[in-house]
Design a protein. Structure first.
Length: 187
């Protein structure tokens, strides 16, 4: 029986595409559903070449209809891939240790509400940090404070700017997020 994952996104969906591609020919796992609260996300066009259903949802439905839909699918893992809504206790309690997130910094540094994407990379540059990276963690009630599963560092070189840091961090995300998902699913 295939393991099932559901992806939640708010942005462009590049991590969701990467994860879907990674598992496309894997007989042990399926991307059961990709849910986006951004009706203008390129995911709806870019995912068409894969066998992965996508749906738009309104945020006001997240804790009711969307929750019931996810519960019915009974995923082995819910993967946040650029999803910007805080996950409610309803989800955290029901899907305990089954919801993961990737964050573009070495948590606990630069975590919390409003800390995502270029906001973080600009902070890294402004703070003259020598390193940054990614953190994959279980989702908890507070933003970016769940149990850390995996971290990977990169060096911030003299002359790097926020855009270059963003590219380096995305490369880490693309390389490691699917591997950690596979590891958590024991496949």
């Amino acid at each position: 029986m295939k393991k099932k994952i559901i992806l939640l996104i708010s942005g462009k969906g590049t991590n969701a595409i990467n994860i879907t591609n990674y598992f496309q020919n894997n007989n042990s796992v399926e991307v059961s559903l990709i849910l986006s609260n951004n009706k203008n996300s390129p995911i709806f066009e870019n995912i068409k070449k894969y066998d992965a259903p996508t749906e738009f949802f309104n945020l006001r439905d997240f804790d009711n209809q969307v929750f019931e839909k996810i519960k019915k699918i009974n995923p082995d893992l819910i993967v946040l891939a650029g999803f910007l809504k805080k996950i409610s206790l309803k989800y955290i309690n029901f899907f305990s240790k089954k919801i993961i997130n990737i964050h573009p910094s070495l948590l606990p540094k630069y975590g919390g509400k409003g800390m995502y994407g270029m906001h973080i990379h600009k902070k890294v540059i402004d703070s003259n940090d020598k390193e940054t990276g990614i953190t994959i963690h279980f989702v908890s009630q507070e933003y970016d404070s769940g149990e850390i599963i995996f971290q990977k560092k990169i060096t911030v070189n003299k002359g790097d700017n926020a855009s270059l840091i963003e590219k380096k961090v995305h490369n880490l995300e693309y390389e490691y997020y699917p591997k950690i998902i596979a590891s958590l699913l024991d496949i």
